[in-house]
Design a protein around this ligand. Sequence first.
Ligand SMILES: C[S@@+](CC[C@H](N)C(=O)[O-])C[C@H]1O[C@@H](n2cnc3c(N)ncnc32)[C@H](O)[C@@H]1O
Length: 288
Amino acid sequence: MSDICSNWTQWLKQNRFAGQTPEMQAQTMRWLEAVRDVILVYAEIKPYDVVLDIGTGTGLLAFKALEMQNCEGRVIFSDKFQDCLEDCKKILDESGVTSGYELMQCPVEHIALPESTVHKALMRSVLVHVVNKQPAINEIYRVLKPGGKLCAFEPVIRSNTRYWEILHPMHIDRYEDFKKAENEIMENPMDSLCNFDEKTLRTNLEIAGFSDPDVQLQEVRSSYVVQPNMVREWFVNPPSPDQPSTKERFMKYFDEATVEKYMQDVQNFLTGREINLKTNAVFINATK
Ligand SMILES: C[S@@+](CC[C@H](N)C(=O)[O-])C[C@H]1O[C@@H](n2cnc3c(N)ncnc32)[C@H](O)[C@@H]1O
């Protein structure tokens, strides 16, 4: 078992819903299923297709692909972390599924398959965890058969609403300093979470060899009333087990007491207010 935050799967279950009300959790689930369904519509899975779910996590895409193939095809659950595969295996066993799938532990940068062996590569929110995206996309291209497809979704975090945009300088100590720090954090080229957007991804895909990849930017606007517990959750929950939390990112610029004061100011200002957020993501549909 990997020791990165002890268990990725645990993280996926706990942190995906961090700070959300039950109503928001249900909304997130519906959104995840909607994203999954778009990816699978793009993929046009056939009964005989070899389907590779890269960074499967808790199997969001792979389980649905398995269902679509009626457990008679070949769906490969792959992930860098064994924990995720163990969790998927448990679900498969409990569901009595004995065929139509494989489990494969490997990172997207080194997929443990020969070249030109996959009909459909599926992926959701994985490149956002990979600092250097070009080798990963090259590797996906390598394992796809000619005519095979990469169908994926990635959040484009650097174009999302930033904290400073929903705050007011009058109510936040050192507002300008935190705004500057946040902008620097969001534009750090070594940070996998925000070192890309739809344009850089399209370039990566073209360099890998995909001709005319479809990369659709989707902007979602949402609004909700901030609850008292939410702000701390936003700041202290890491975006992934091996990444620093927002609080830790700010602590590269300020001491802990200053960041704690900022978090308190943010909480005091936002609690009970309705906030409007812009969230960006891309859907990729690329054919080899
Ligand atoms: C946000 S989760 C998404 C999980 C799943 N695809 C879903 O949609 O629910 C990111 C997943 O990517 C996996 N991951 C992170 N880095 C990876 C890498 N370099 N290669 C393969 N998988 C990776 C993690 O283990 C995790 O399961």
